[in-house]
Ligand binder design. Sequence first.
Ligand code: COA
Length: 179
Amino acid sequence: MSIEIDVLNGDASWPRVEPLMNAVWPKHVVEKLSWGHVKWAHADLRVLIEAPEESPKPGLACHVGIYFRTATWNGRKVDIGGIGGVATREDFRGRGLAGLALGAAIQTMRDHEAIKFALLFCEPHNFAFYEARGWHKFTGEVYAEQPEGRIRFEAMAPFVFDFTRAPRDGIIDLCGLPW
Ligand SMILES: CC(C)(COP(=O)(O)OP(=O)(O)OC[C@H]1O[C@@H](n2cnc3c(N)ncnc32)[C@H](O)[C@@H]1OP(=O)(O)O)[C@@H](O)C(=O)NCCC(=O)NCCS
């Protein structure tokens, strides 16, 4: 099986991604989760892996959203990358696709030299998945924008991937919507 990995504009590629997001996170399920009420940023870029042509069910097999943001860490401006919407279609799980897509996302962010570290948010059942891929828990506080104003963001746990900085604590302000 040959695997094609595309990195595309976030808004333009959304129609290809939406069916996978709805399948992995159906609205009626998300509404009941701790983060169901959160207003999220839209991805700037998206890593897409299509199901191979010979697959009985065509469509998107795996997705990782990439975000770029000038945030602050302990009050100082810092350009960071973000990862969100990591999802693999159920019938393609356990074949390394999310690992490949995450690797492509890390490489894409690394290509932007200004980016000092990457940040993602996840639930406890995925901590081990990201820790095994080089992400570290951020134990400080994270702030973000929501329609009601600036809030401390605690709906999910923050994890950091180090480039030239390795923040583990302190205060990160996303200076915008979370992802
Ligand atoms: C988490 C998810 C993206 C993994 O996708 P995938 O394509 O199956 O991942 P990969 O095949 O690259 O990696 C699978 C490996 O991770 C492990 N793994 C998968 N989920 C894990 C978890 N929650 N905790 C620890 N390990 C996990 C598998 O055991 C497997 O290990 P191995 O490589 O040693 O065999 C997929 O299960 C999914 O879409 N889940 C629902 C949505 C979700 O929770 N997304 C994460 C949001 S932060």
